[in-house]
Every structure is written in structure tokens, then in C-alpha cells.
Design a protein around this ligand. Structure first.
Ligand code: SF4
Length: 73
């Protein structure tokens, strides 16, 4: 079974780096809500854990400045 990435919501600083590297897997929460774009409380969520290859996901993990993306146990 493939590992699943998770974003620790408490430490995500909403920098959007992971969503730029790997938009197939990560998305900024609230991005699809019409009109309601609040940049102050922007956090990344995993919308498709199998949307990209593991090495691409790992690239996003390594690039995360807050080191808050990890593989689920
Ligand atoms: S790279 Fe890390 S801190 Fe930045 S949005 Fe993604 S999970 Fe959050």
C-alpha cells in the first residue's frame, strides 16, 4: 500500500510552497470557495494523497519551511 502524506494543520504557515511543487496532492484550503478568499488563515490540505509520485511528494516535504508534511504511520 502506498504511504499517505499528511499536513500538520497546527504548524502549516500557509506559504503555498507545497501546492506550487505538487498541486496534484496539496491544495490551499478555501481555494474553491467562491469569493471567500482569506489569506490570513490559509492552510494546505491533502486533497489527493495518490495524485503524484512519492518522490514529487517528498520534494514538497523537503521544501516545506515549517517541516509539517509527513507520511502517515
Ligand atoms: S509548504 Fe508546508 S507550511 Fe507551506 S503551505 Fe505547504 S504544508 Fe504549509
Amino acid at each position: 500500500m502506498r504511504p499517505v502524506p499528511v499536513v500538520d494543520q497546527d504548524c502549516c504557515i500557509g506559504c503555498e510552497v507545497c501546492t506550487q511543487i505538487c498541486p496534484e496532492v496539496f491544495r490551499m484550503e478555501g481555494d474553491d470557495e467562491a469569493g471567500g478568499h482569506d489569506h490570513h488563515d490559509h492552510k494546505s490540505i491533502v486533497h489527493d494523497p495518490y495524485g503524484a509520485q512519492e518522490d514529487k511528494i517528498e520534494e514538497a516535504m523537503d521544501a516545506c519551511p515549517a517541516a509539517c508534511i509527513h507520511w502517515q504511520d
